[in-house]
Design a protein around this ligand. Sequence first.
Ligand code: PLP
Length: 361
Amino acid sequence: MNDRIHNFSAGPSALPTAVMQEMQEGLLSYRGSGMSVMEMSHRGDLFMGIIEEARTRIKRLYGLSDDYEVLFVHGGASLQFAMIPMNFIGEGQIAEYIETGTWSTKAIAEARIQNKGVRVAASSGDREFCYIPKVSDISADAPFVHMTTNNTVRGTQWHDLPDTGGVPLIADMSSDILSRPLDVSPFGMIYGGAQKNMGPSGTAVVILRRDMVEKIPQTLPTMLSYRTYVDKESMFNTPATFPIYAISLVTKWLEETMGGLAAVEAVNKRKAGALYTLIDEDDFYCGTADKASRSLMNVTFRLKDRELEPLFVEQSLASGLAGLKGHKSVGGIRASIYNAVSEASVAALCEFMNDFRRKHR
Ligand SMILES: Cc1ncc(COP(=O)(O)O)c(C=O)c1O
């Protein structure tokens, strides 16, 4: 596999090479069936086994009790931004949203489009979302508090959950889902687009606490109600079969090769630690997030001489390191180091960064 690049793309992102090889082996004939997973009925035993495996492995990785449903929902994370207010903000209710950058802002906008009651409970917009804000004064009447656990664009991440006084948290975990162990008890719902830590884009994994289902109005269009996905086990219509297959393989890899989420977190800490240590050595590179809020998934930084940034991106690509250009809205450099990005890839990036610094200091 010498032609695989070191892939630091923010999403869609690197998948484990072993998972890609397993997909390749079964591409034309999955388990001797003579068919690809893409070609088989979603109601047949083979696919039913795949979706059940994906569900079970996610439940096991997070230690979820039977109080939680694992759903596969179309439309990626962005459709969840629209579905959450439809499903969970009732007449006269005001939901609390925490604003920590691009994706949280989009989630808020989707609730406002629907004329739903929304309050921004805390924001880090005063300093370009470079930190995780303190949260207080959550209304006990709020149906939920919405947060984005990892802010892909700004490179910040929550390291402790906010105190919501028992109001259920709904969390967009698109860019750090399954990257560390989690106490799920404060969460009414967790969701994430698959394309960073789980598989191909277009599908979201939704983990929903059963008591949330009771709050869903009966009047929603069928496909926009989470109740449909619960009642029909994510098979009201044809689910995204191949992405779900990929999720089953990635979660198998997380359990069997990586050894579970505590082990995954330890690797993720080592990878991020290596990059942040290098960045902090002098002022050639400069991290954009406050140290206490730094993300283990998206390492964002600038070069002191910003005019060197295009050269950094160009030369990194020439050295076999892809996807390092920062999000178009903020510029700079971003190394996305999700679960499937190996320590060897991070070491290659560190070597390049040291070398670049030596030449351009
Ligand atoms: C934190 C976060 N939320 C939501 C999204 C949007 O995901 P999707 O493209 O699946 O709608 C992204 C995509 O990068 C993201 O990083």
